[in-house]
Design a protein around this ligand. Structure first.
Ligand SMILES: C[S@@+](CC[C@H](N)C(=O)[O-])C[C@H]1O[C@@H](n2cnc3c(N)ncnc32)[C@H](O)[C@@H]1O
Length: 211
């Protein structure tokens, strides 16, 4: 968080410099990019976002929600996966972190692919039957009633869409219990890093009536 605030500060200072001098503040601008790249490289090594993208099964043109997106370290990967004609809807209860996310996506020239939404703590804030996938990374443990939240969010999936939950291993039992209570079916699960699990859920389809 402290690093994110520092990045933000450098970004703001670099904008001021541009306004005062009238020219391009190349040095400070590249410092911001370096800072983003450094933070991203560390995050990617710790969390393996490539495995999250694989679990989401998204591709160019997909529409995906990144719930509790924070400052956007995963969002940037989602945006790259669905670009150029797909969409990432990045939600968070905290408008300040979504501001940082918007700056990160702009620096990566992916801002056109992402829409940010401030949501209430108990509301997914996603339109019905519209998403190929919904990602919850390190966020489901914050919900007051995770099963109710997941049930509501399921309505936002297109037929065959998936809900992918990734969190620290010690939240796994609660995640699994909530998903089961919400009526979701576990499709697959992996542990690409020792600290986190990735679980893929789908809404069971009603079986065909026998003729
Ligand atoms: C630990 S961060 C995870 C950020 C990012 N998803 C990741 O995996 O790196 C949790 C984020 O979830 C947000 N959050 C907490 N409760 C939420 C809720 N009920 N709905 C949406 N976002 C929430 C927090 O503001 C924070 O930005």
């Amino acid at each position: 968080m402290l690093r994110a605030v520092l990045v933000c500060l450098v970004f703001v200072l670099s904008s001021c410099e541009k306004k005062q001098g009238g020219g391009e503040a190349v040095g400070s601008g590249s410092a911001v990019v370096d800072e983003y790249e450094h933070e991203q490289a560390r995050f990617d090594a710790e969390r393996r976002p490539d495995k999250v993208i694989e679990a989401l099964a998204i591709r160019p043109g997909s529409r995906v929600a990144d719930v509790g997106a924070g400052s956007g370290l995963l969002t940037v990967h989602l945006a790259r996966a669905v670009a150029p004609n797909g969409k990432v809807v990045a939600t968070d209860v905290d408008g300040t972190v979504l501001g940082l996310l918007a700056q990160r996506l702009k620096a990566a020239k992916l801002d056109g692919v992402v829409e940010t939404r401030v949501v209430g703590a108990d509301t997914p804030g996603l339109e019905p039957a519209s998403y190929d996938a919904i990602l919850l990374a390190e966020v489901d443990h914050y919900f007051t009633d995770p099963a109710a939240w997941l049930r509501e969010a399921s309505k936002a999936l297109k037929p065959g869409g998936r809900i992918v939950i990734s969190n620290r291993i010690y939240h796994r039992a609660q995640t699994m219990a909530s998903a089961k209570k919400a009526g979701l079916e576990l499709l697959s699960e992996s542990t690409p890093v020792t600290t986190h699990f990735i679980a893929v859920f789908v809404v069971p389809q009603p079986s065909e009536p026998k003729k």
